[in-house]
Design a protein around this ligand. Structure first.
Ligand code: PMV
Length: 348
């Protein structure tokens, strides 16, 4: 089954329709997995071997504007026009081309992100989710969030989780066509929960997560333990979220990320996204815990780490990580936000 077959299934009679509008805009937040997606059962459709669970990063994400134009496709990233032959542009054009049929116009795509691209901060997740939402507007498809999640997954697996704020679960599904592999948001809000971004390196990663996860699945002796670990962690995390049990949420999240990185380290050739500063930051977190501060970390396919902590601990977190960017969930419920220059306000 090809990506285009999935698109035809979802769009049905709407496929081949001409865009309804001449422009459209959409926003999607970035998301950080508490229980990771690591390994595909289908490379073409980005179908995962296991389910995963994430938290969205509110206004850290991608704003995308699509405009119809007559001459050629044009991609602008943060105000800069990109060469269409670049790997980033090619990936984007391949995705957009899934929805275009002959005779349809060219597009100008203006993408604004406030997170570094491909540095393990889920830039592709928010990027593809925002494009899928903007295409839905442009063509007037009126697709459900579930269908948009399936379409966004075709661009990048973790993009399936970037259609919502809050906690989101991506169900692995079992079907070959992936129609049961979509994400949905969990009903629980946790306003006191904060995510902190500790930037260690803004640079693009040398090895894509696609390549790294495939190599891990194929060569790591530890990978066979991963599906069971995910299944246990998912139920523990869901219970911790419902019970607002932060210590369990933090412990399971950190252990899940470290296990994922252990599978990579045992792949061949071995993979690590850690820099010396990544390990220093992890040790700093462990030291803080020894001192009684409830803080935990997670790490994706990049050297940067993300901290999880509760609002009450913001001051000590800042003392230990002065450059940290903090995303709080409080305003999501229209509660007064803790004021600080580095706390990012939530979108209206
Ligand atoms: O969606 P991708 O192909 O960028 O892979 C994401 C992989 C991780 O970020 C490491 C884990 C996850 O679940 O987001």
């Amino acid at each position: 089954m090809k990506q285009s077959d999935v698109v035809k299934m979802i769009l049905a009679e709407k496929w081949q329709q001409y865009p309804l509008h001449s422009s459209a805009t959409a926003y999607a937040p970035s998301n950080i997995a508490l229980c990771k997606y690591w390994g595909k059962r289908n490379q073409e459709l980005n179908l995962p071997l296991t389910s995963s669970l994430s938290i969205s990063l509110r206004e850290k994400g991608a704003h995308t504007q699509l405009l119809i134009n007559d001459s050629q496709d044009c991609i602008q990233l943060n105000g800069q026009v990109l060469d269409n032959a670049m790997p980033f542009s090619q990936k984007l054009l391949r995705f957009v081309n899934l929805f275009r049929v002959r005779g349809q116009p060219y597009l100008t795509m203006n993408i604004h992100t406030n997170i570094p691209i491909a540095a393990g901060l889920a830039s592709s997740a928010c990027g593809f989710a925002a494009i899928a939402k903007a295409l839905n507007q442009l063509f007037g498809w009126q697709l459900s969030a579930r269908d948009l999640s399936i379409l966004a997954r075709l661009g990048s697996g973790s993009a399936s989780r970037s259609l919502w704020q809050g906690f989101v679960e991506w169900h692995a599904g079992v079907r070959e066509d992936g129609m049961d592999s979509f994400a949905e948001d969990l009903p629980t809000a946790w306003p006191e929960l904060c995510v902190g971004l500790v930037m260690i390196n803004h640079q693009e990663k040398a090895l894509s997560s696609r390549e790294a996860m495939q190599r891990t699945v194929m060569t790591s002796a530890l990978y066979s333990a991963w599906p069971q670990k995910v299944s246990t962690d998912l139920s523990l995390l869901k219970r911790a979220i419902v019970e607002k049990d932060f210590l369990h949420l933090g412990k399971v999240t950190e252990s899940n990320a470290l296990t994922m990185h252990a599978t990579m380290l045992s792949a061949w050739p071995p993979i690590t996204y850690c820099l010396p500063e990544t390990l220093t930051a992890m040790q700093q977190v462990w030291r803080m815990r020894d001192e009684g501060i409830a803080v935990y970390f997670t790490q994706d396919a990049g050297p940067n780490i993300k901290l999880l902590f509760l609002e009450n601990d913001i001051a000590s977190i800042r003392q230990n990580f002065p450059t940290i960017e903090i995303i709080c969930n409080k305003q999501a419920l229209n509660m007064p936000a803790t004021t600080s220059s580095n706390i990012i306000p939530n979108p209206p």
